[in-house]
Write a protein of this length. Structure first.
Lengths: 257, 274
């Protein structure tokens, strides 16, 4: 199943946020969206996932999702969005409650999702008892439980410390390794984008337009190797040179707002 | 010129000095037994002053005289007669007012139409002292239990509706968006996200409405009842039986404390995740 941003334009009142953004995320493909602060990255993701109506244009799907997918487009949120009154297990089960699955079927999916994210021993724990990294693991586990075709990730690591970010990045690489699941990964961190994405969509300063689409010229499997790091660094520098001046302008604009 | 503490001044000989503790941000710790000890102390002083004849017993009966009055009330059966009449009115009025308040509060919290209509009505009617409506309610509903129960229900209804829609408004929107992103149906979102998210505010509202019900039952019973703690307190006051009057007040206070404990227990059970 492909996800298509079809000429998406959006504004909040008089403020133009996105201007004619079009691209396609192919099945199993990981596309990162980067750009200066306030360029509309998260707004674009909300539109793609059906949580915000664009002013014009539309998000579209092409092809059928995998037969076992219970929620083809599934978000992983920056702030985790966990139910604080529910245990880890209940949070992961939450999106399955309204499906036609039997209790045993739900339990099997929850078990599998908890196992894949290393949360099996924390099933009875409440979110407030967990670290930020573990909370995001619950968010990822909840997303995996519905067997998504495409993960929509809105700066999923930005609220975490650098060590936890590194560990979760390894998890993302592992989860996306087999190409069975695609992703749109919104981030301001160019290293994360270069590490994870097949293609990187670079947005301009507000209103966000596509400045460039950069293809990462190597498979994700080899990106952890020492020889690949130099190339990835060069790629990050190339993207940074595209957005540096606009990022400075955007920061000044925020400071003067 | 800046006013400096002694520890801020650099010593001339280069010796070290300890950094002065400047405070941890006003965090008062409550003592578990402090309140009870203070209460016992006040009662002891009160009793001593009464026993020593420093206070006229008619103006302020001693705690032991009040305890004696409560005991006599209990033994004679009058306590249960008055208390059961009040409890029945409070119970029925509170349940009716709460049920309506929760329903209207949720409607206002979830529906644009209900919000625009409901908030206007609540803003206009909430400030009216409900006891002022009792004569009108007697006219409408007769002189039985109904007007007293209706007065309590009305008082409870408005506070409940306000706390419920405030609680619904306070549910983090990101949780609702999360649920919508999984195509969770509206009814499930209400049951699994909005209800538990609003529960802290709803239970806080229950604390207020329990007090409102207590105030209103006493007021209503003072206006038109033969039995009930309010009627008993009024009757004792008219006969200048101040020990009986204060016995009624103590019973009300104990009842209020008991309700507070029940709601505290509910909070511990239902909001253990906080």
């Amino acid at each position: 199943m492909d996800l298509i941003a079809n000429h998406i334009t959006h504004r909040f009142g008089d403020l133009a946020v996105l201007d004619d953004v079009s691209f396609t995320v192919g099945a199993g493909e990981v596309v990162a969206i980067v750009g200066p602060s306030g360029c509309g990255k998260s707004t674009l993701l909300s539109i793609l996932g059906g949580l915000l109506q664009p002013a014009s244009g539309a998000p579209e799907l092409r092809g059928a999702p995998p037969a076992d997918s219970l929620n083809p487009l599934t978000f992983v949120f920056q702030d985790f969005a966990l139910l604080p009154w529910a245990t880890v297990e209940e949070n992961v089960e939450f999106p399955l409650l309204h499906t036609q699955l039997s209790a045993a079927g739900r339990r099997a999916l929850v078990e599998d999702a908890l196992r894949r994210t290393g949360l099996t021993d924390f099933r009875q724990t409440y979110p407030k008892q967990l670290s930020g990294g573990m909370r995001q693991r619950v968010g990822i586990s909840r997303a995996l439980a519905v067997k998504p075709a495409i993960l929509l990730m809105d700066e999923p690591l930005s609220a975490l410390d650098s060590q936890t970010r590194e560990l979760l990045m390894e998890d993302f690489v592992r989860l996306l390794a087999d190409g069975g699941m695609g992703a749109v990964y919104v981030t301001h961190n160019l290293e994360e984008a270069a590490r994870l994405a097949d293609r990187i969509v670079v947005l301009s300063r507000r209103p966000g337009r596509i400045r460039e689409v950069v293809t990462v010229p190597m498979t994700r499997a080899v990106r952890g190797e020492a020889t690949a790091r130099e190339k990835l660094l060069a790629l990050q520098n190339q993207i940074w040179s595209l957005i540096r001046n606009e990022a400075i302008d955007a920061e000044r604009e925020v400071q003067h707002a | 010129m800046l006013d400096r503490a002694a520890s801020d001044v650099a010593p001339k000989d280069g010796a070290t000095r300890r950094v002065r503790f400047r405070g941890a941000g006003f965090v008062p710790a409550s003592s578990r037994y402090g309140g009870w000890i203070a209460l016992a102390l006040v009662i002891a002083i009160w009793q001593a002053a009464g026993s020593a004849g420093l206070v006229n017993a008619l103006f302020l009966p001693t705690p032991s005289a009040i305890a004696r009055a409560i005991y006599q009330l209990a033994v004679s059966g009058a306590l249960w007669q008055h208390l059961s009449a009040s409890l029945l009115r409070i119970g029925v009025g509170w349940v009716l007012g709460t049920a309506a308040g929760v329903a209207v509060g949720f409607a206002i919290g979830l529906s644009r139409l209900a919000r625009s209509v409901g908030i206007t009505f609540i803003s206009a009617l909430f400030p009216i002292p409900k006891i002022a409506l009792l004569p009108l309610l007697i006219l409408w509903l007769g002189i039985g239990e109904e007007p007293k129960i209706a007065t309590i229900a009305l008082g409870v209804f408005f506070s409940t509706a306000i706390s419920v829609y405030s609680g619904v408004d306070a549910v983090p929107r990101n949780l609702i968006r999360m649920a919508q992103s999984f195509n969770v149906p509206f009814a499930t979102i209400v049951r699994k996200v909005i209800w538990p998210g609003a529960l802290p505010a709803i239970l806080a509202g229950f604390r207020i409405t329990a007090s409102v019900a207590l105030l209103l039952v006493v007021s209503a019973e003072m206006i038109g009842a033969q039995y009930g703690i309010g009627a008993f307190v009024l009757q004792a006051g008219n006969l200048m039986q101040t020990d009986q009057l204060l016995a009624g007040v103590v019973i009300l206070s104990v009842f209020g404390l008991a309700v507070g404990k029940v709601i505290g227990w509910l909070e511990t059970r239902l909001l253990h995740w906080r």
